[in-house]
Design a binder for this molecule. Structure first.
Ligand SMILES: [Zn+2]
Length: 222
C-alpha cells in the first residue's frame, strides 16, 4: 500500500485511541517498513508478499510480543515502534493478497455490499486454499515503475505478480476501497490484541493520551 494510505488508515483507526505523540511514532515505524533498502528487499514478511503467510503471521506475533514486553518494562516508545511495524504488515495483507476478491466472491457481482461492511478476519477466507499474495519479480517490478520501460514490463509481468495483484492505491480499481476498510478494522483489532490481558496502567501507558506530539521522550530513553 502506498505510504499516504498507510498513514490515512492508521489515523482513522487510532486517532481516538492513541495520543498525538504515540500516533506519530506508530505512523513513522509503519512507514519505515517500506524503506527501499531496509524494508523492501528480502523482507516479504513485512508486507505479506510472495505468499509468505506463515512468516508474516510469525513476524506480526513477534512485534505483538515486543510491544507487550515493552509496556511491561515501562518503555512505551519501543511498544509504539513494534506496533507500527505490526500494523504495517496487517494493512498490507489486504492490499497484497486476494483476501478482498475471495471475500466478495460469495456475493453476486451486480450486488456487492458496501466496502465498509467487509469482515477483516473471515475464517473461511483466511483458511481458503485459494488465498494468495503477489510475488515480487524485482527486475520487472522496477521496470514497470519507469516511464520508458513501463509498457514493456507490464506485458511481461505474470498474473501472480505483485504488480498485477496489488490494491495499493485507488488506481487499482473499486476493490481498493474494500482493502482500506478491512485494514482500518484490522488495525483496531490489532490494537485490542496488544492490550488484551495487560493492566489498566499498562494500557494507559500505551494510549499515551496525555502526550502531545511534541512531548519530550519518556523516561525510559527509548
Ligand atoms: Zn509494505
Amino acid at each position: 500500500m502506498l505510504k499516504g494510505y498507510h498513514r490515512l488508515i492508521t489515523e482513522r483507526a487510532l486517532s481516538t485511541r492513541l495520543g498525538p505523540r504515540p500516533l506519530k511514532i506508530v505512523i513513522a515505524a509503519n512507514l519505515h517498513q517500506d524503506h527501499l533498502l531496509t524494508g523492501q528487499i528480502g523482507h516479504p514478511e513485512f508486507h505479506f508478499d510472495d505468499n509468505a503467510f506463515a512468516a508474516s503471521a510469525a513476524y506480526m506475533e513477534t512485534q505483538r510480543e515486543q510491544a507487550r514486553w515493552a509496556l511491561q518494562k515501562n518503555r512505551p516508545s519501543l511498544a509504539w515502534q513494534a506496533f507500527g511495524r505490526l500494523v504495517h504488515a496487517a494493512q498490507d495483507f489486504y492490499a497484497h493478497s486476494n483476501y478482498v476478491s475471495l471475500w466478495l466472491a460469495r456475493f453476486p457481482a451486480d450486488a456487492l455490499p458496501p466496502a465498509e461492511t467487509i469482515e477483516p478476519c473471515d475464517d473461511a477466507v483466511l483458511t481458503s486454499p485459494a488465498l494468495r499474495s503477489g510475488r515480487v519479480y524485482y527486475f520487472l517490478e522496477i521496470a514497470s515503475l519507469l516511464p520508458l520501460s513501463r509498457a514493456w514490463a507490464l506485458r511481461r509481468l505474470p498474473p501472480d505478480s505483485h504488480a498485477r495483484m496489488n490494491l495499493d492505491s485507488p488506481e487499482r480499481g473499486p476493490l481498493f476501497a474494500y482493502a482500506v476498510e478491512a485494514a482500518v478494522k484490522r488495525t483496531v483489532l490489532e490494537y485490542e490484541r496488544v492490550l488484551d490481558g495487560l493492566s489498566a496502567a499498562q494500557a494507559r501507558l500505551f494510549e499515551g493520551l496525555g502526550q502531545s506530539s511534541g512531548s519530550a521522550p519518556d523516561s525510559s530513553n527509548d
